[in-house]
Design a protein around this ligand. Structure first.
Ligand SMILES: *[C@@H]1O[C@H](CO)[C@@H](O)[C@H](O)[C@H]1NC(C)=O
Ligand SMILES: *[C@@H]1O[C@H](CO)[C@@H](O)[C@H](O)[C@H]1NC(C)=O
Ligand SMILES: *[C@@H]1O[C@H](CO)[C@@H](O)[C@H](O)[C@H]1NC(C)=O
Length: 201
């Protein structure tokens, strides 16, 4: 009786062990199945004119992949850079000296302007040709306090001009009244004089 119970226990633990082994194998196998991946932590970036901006991505890949960045806006699509980390970096002429790709695939853009707004498409291609894509939307705004400054100056000028106009109108009104009063007095005195003359007659 006792040995068979022992055997049963042994079989059960072997089965459990095999199951556990299969599970771990499956678990460790899965990440190898997807050999390439791309993570974008911030798909929407807001900035202002003149800033340096990092379009941050992180990839996993078995070998060194080919990374490509493109910019798409209403004006069309242009290639920014193509590189293979540790091998070469090919920055297109229009982005020369203001674009840089890090080892992790992130793109650094220096001194951005309004025209840099739009979608940035990043492509990571491994040796066998398997490709993953990602996009980041960049909004470049004009610096707000300069706008406010302009509006403030405009309103100050407007207020000053209207104040001067109001003063002028008041002066005009005053002088018109003065002239009218003088004329009135003049007329009154002249009629008085004629009346007196008539009485004298
Ligand atoms: C950027 O601005 C837009 C609106 O203009 C807003 O919806 C979005 O959440 C902002 N993104 C970040 C990361 O601040
Ligand atoms: C990629 O590398 C740059 C520079 O080393 C770093 O600033 C950035 O945070 C990195 N991005 C990610 C997603 O790790
Ligand atoms: C870099 O770009 C130039 C011009 O587009 C091209 O002629 C050259 O073959 C490229 N080099 C690599 C290594 O891709």
């Amino acid at each position: 009786m006792r040995p068979s119970g022992c055997l049963q226990n042994f079989r059960q633990s072997v089965r459990l062990g095999v199951l556990a082994l299969c599970l771990t194998a499956g678990w460790t196998f899965q990440p190898q199945g997807e050999e390439i991946s791309l993570l974008i932590s911030q798909p929407n970036v807001n900035t202002t004119v003149g800033q340096d901006i990092l379009l941050s991505v992180a990839y996993t890949c078995k070998g060194p992949p080919v990374i490509e960045w493109k910019h798409t806006s209403a004006r069309g699509t242009s290639k920014i850079v193509e590189c293979r980390p540790g091998s070469y970096t090919n920055v297109s002429s229009s982005y020369e000296s203001r674009a840089k790709v890090y080892e992790n695939g992130s793109l650094l853009l220096l001194n951005v302007n309004m025209r840099d707004s739009g979608y940035y498409l990043v492509t990571v291609r491994e040796e066998l040709g398997i490709t993953v894509y990602g996009t980041i939307l960049l909004n470049v705004y004009e610096i707000i306090y300069e706008d406010l400054h302009f509006v403030a100056v405009f309103f100050a000028i407007l207020t000053a001009v209207s104040a001067i106009l109001v003063c002028l109108m008041w002066l005009c009104n005053k002088s018109v009244h003065l002239i009218q009063n003088e004329r009135h007095q003049l007329r009154e005195s002249s009629t008085e004089a004629t009346e007196l003359q008539m009485m004298g007659c």
